[in-house]
Write a protein that binds this ligand. Structure first.
Ligand code: ADP
Length: 603
């Protein structure tokens, strides 16, 4: 897939050329043109002509030591040098010559008029025309008045076009979209039976899951032109401009049909219209125009509109009704197989060592999007180059996951001995509580090397397979594991440190969700007390209950976490010898693997 556009030279380039041409003309051509008309003669000829009264005009240029004169008809200009001649004035007077100061200009009146008046005007008009054309091309189109042009990027089919095979995982989305490809290949099959293709298809999902890629892949597979524009590009400073851009986009698309129009981040223009005073007029007009255009073209014209958004709930209902964007394709975060497939696709671009276990990497990167996985592979390749190796190893990949989770290793963070000990106990506390409970993900790695994100250490747990349902017990165990770090500090050093802030935040979030959203509290039962607003972007939520209930929720959250914290303390007390042993080992080694941890535990 290649974007079609001409390479553009900077405007300064054209200004430069014109200026150079003008300078050359002034310094070379003008004097030459002027000189060409003048005949050089000797002083004798001048005197002869004066005697014979054949002179027209005479100009004595004392500073240049020369005399310019013309014949009687003023058609030829002559030039001669000056001689010491005291009678010159008298002789010229006798000859009847006219004394003048502007022989050259007068001698060629037409030429001088052309040079001094017409030529500059012609040059400036031409320059103006040229510049305005260039500016217009820059603004997006050859027509006069470039306002309101859509500026959509147009891609044509090319041999490197993105295909479905480049998009790993996302099988459901691909299956759904391959119907569109089939339609674009042979529309008659559908027309015959009377089936109408959806006019618009909405791809919804978290950022970086491959929505743009999928849209491009549809165009690549179908081999049709692909118009791409972002929702925000429609919205301009002037009201009405966006609407006119929409019109232009659809006009172009209809000319090029069959084709695909892709509008990225459609929520920028497609947000719910609300009757607020002083609302965004420009956005609403743009949306209205889009709605009208989508109604305006008949079914089966061959124009398919694909749009992508992370915020489907904020879209205007008029936009998502059947007849407009009537099909919605979820593009979710990849599952384990999906992650492995995406890693494989991107690993083809780099040189991997043999025996690299991508499925382990996929397991470690749980919850990562396609874009993050692509980034992990790239970070690993960069790490290998930094180390001066020619192939990417398993360690590079694992290290790059840690970079994505926790940032780079801090080279010069100096912890005191006591701090290092506390961090070691803290991390082993987590790991031990996790290991001693059922249904916890196995510990993969424990490290107390500080990271740039501020983490002084962390315990990585990796699930073995896909996990779609989580039970109440598992959630409680998770909270207990999160409190395990603080529990170890209290048990061993009888202190509370700031190191547990992140654990506390996560544990609170989990406990809250259990009570308000998952119906896991005994008092409230299955009542939704909270709604999620933005499921693909962070999932912030708003409470939907009375103030008293909120107070009750807070009490229950505190109770739940306290209960799990006590459980964690109890587990650690019972395994105090293992806690000491593993913490000491971690303190010495700084990083230990899950196997080493389990070995000591099972000894
Ligand atoms: P979105 O539009 O959903 O935000 P993109 O389609 O722009 O995401 O994806 C960004 C990048 O992430 C792509 O260029 C690609 O490298 C990578 N990527 C995302 N999903 C996938 C996938 N399913 N297969 C392969 N690469 C992917």
């Amino acid at each position: 897939m290649q974007e079609v556009h001409k390479p553009k030279k900077p405007l300064i380039f054209y200004y430069g050329i014109v200026l150079l041409a003008l300078l050359l003309f002034n310094f070379l051509a003008m004097p030459w043109l002027a000189q060409r008309q003048i005949q050089v003669v000797d002083y004798g000829t001048f005197m002869d002509m004066a005697e014979k009264k054949e002179l027209g005009q005479v100009e004595v240029q004392a500073q240049d030591n020369q005399i310019l004169f013309t014949n009687k008809d003023n058609t030829v200009v002559f030039k001669t040098g000056m001689m010491p001649d005291p009678d010159l004035t008298q002789r010229l007077k006798d000859s009847g010559a006219e004394f003048s100061g502007e022989i050259i200009q007068q001698a060629n009146p037409i030429l001088s008029f052309l040079l001094s008046w017409v030529l500059p005007i012609v040059i400036f008009v031409a320059l103006g025309q040229f510049m305005s054309r260039k500016l217009m091309e820059r603004a997006g189109g050859p027509n006069a008045m470039a306002f309101g042009k859509s500026n959509a990027k147009v891609y044509v089919k090319s041999s490197q076009g993105i295909k479905f095979s480049d998009v790993a995982g996302e099988d459901e989305a691909k299956e759904n979209l391959s119907e569109i490809v089939d339609y674009l290949h042979n529309p008659d099959k559908y027309k015959e039976i009377g089936a109408a293709m959806p006019k618009g298809i909405l791809l919804v999902g978290p950022p970086g899951t491959g929505k743009t890629m999928l849209a491009k892949a549809v165009a690549g597979e179908a081999g049709v032109p692909f118009f791409s524009m972002s929702g925000s590009e429609f919205v301009e400073m002037f009201v009405g401009m966006g609407a006119s851009k929409v019109r232009d986009l659809f006009r172009q698309a209809k000319e090029k049909a069959p084709c695909i129009v892709f509008i990225d981040e459609i929520d920028a223009i497609g947000q719910k219209r609300d009757g607020r005073v002083g609302g965004n007029d420009e956005r609403e007009q743009t949306l209205n125009q889009l709605l009208t255009e989508m109604d305006g073209f008949e079914e089966n014209t061959g124009v398919i509109i694909l749009a992508a958004t992370n915020r489907p709930e904020s879209l205007d209902p008029a936009l998502t009704r059947p007849g407009r964007f009537d099909r919605r394709i979820p593009v979710e975060l990849p599952d384990l197989q999906g992650r492995e497939a995406i890693l494989k696709v991107h690993a083809q671009k780099i040189k991997l060592e043999e025996h690299v276990d991508l499925s382990k990497i996929a397991r470690m990167a749980s919850g990562a999007s396609g874009a993050e996985l692509a980034n992990i592979i790239n970070e690993a390749a960069l790490h290998a180059v930094r180390d001066g190796r020619r192939f990417v190893s398993q360690q590079d990949l694992e290290e790059s996951i840690e970079v994505v989770i926790a940032g780079y290793q801090k080279k010069n963070a100096i912890l005191t001995d006591q701090e290092k000990k506390i961090v070691a106990y803290h991390e082993v506390g987590h790991a031990l509580v996790a290991a001693m409970q059922s249904h916890s993900a196995p510990v993969q790695k424990i490290t107390i090397v500080p990271r740039t994100s501020g983490a002084l250490g962390y315990t990585m747990q990796v699930d073995t397979g896909n996990h779609y349902l989580i039970s109440r017990e598992e959630l409680e165990n998770k909270i207990a594991t999160l409190t395990g770090g603080r529990a170890a500090e209290e048990l061993v050093f009888q202190i509370c440190s700031t190191g547990a802030s992140n654990d506390i935040e996560q544990a609170t979030k989990l406990a809250r969700a259990m009570i308000t959203r998952y119906g896991m509290s005994d008092d409230f039962g299955m009542v939704a007390l909270e709604t999620v607003n933005n499921q693909y972007l962070g999932g912030d939520s708003s409470l939907a209950c009375s103030a008293q209930t909120q107070t009750e929720i807070d009490k229950q959250v505190v109770g739940l976490i306290r209960q799990q914290h006590e459980k964690a303390v109890k587990i650690l007390e019972e395994n105090r010898d293992k806690l000491d042993e593993i913490a000491q080992y971690l303190y010495e080694k700084e990083t230990i693997t899950g196997e080493e941890f389990m070995d000591i535990l099972n000894r």
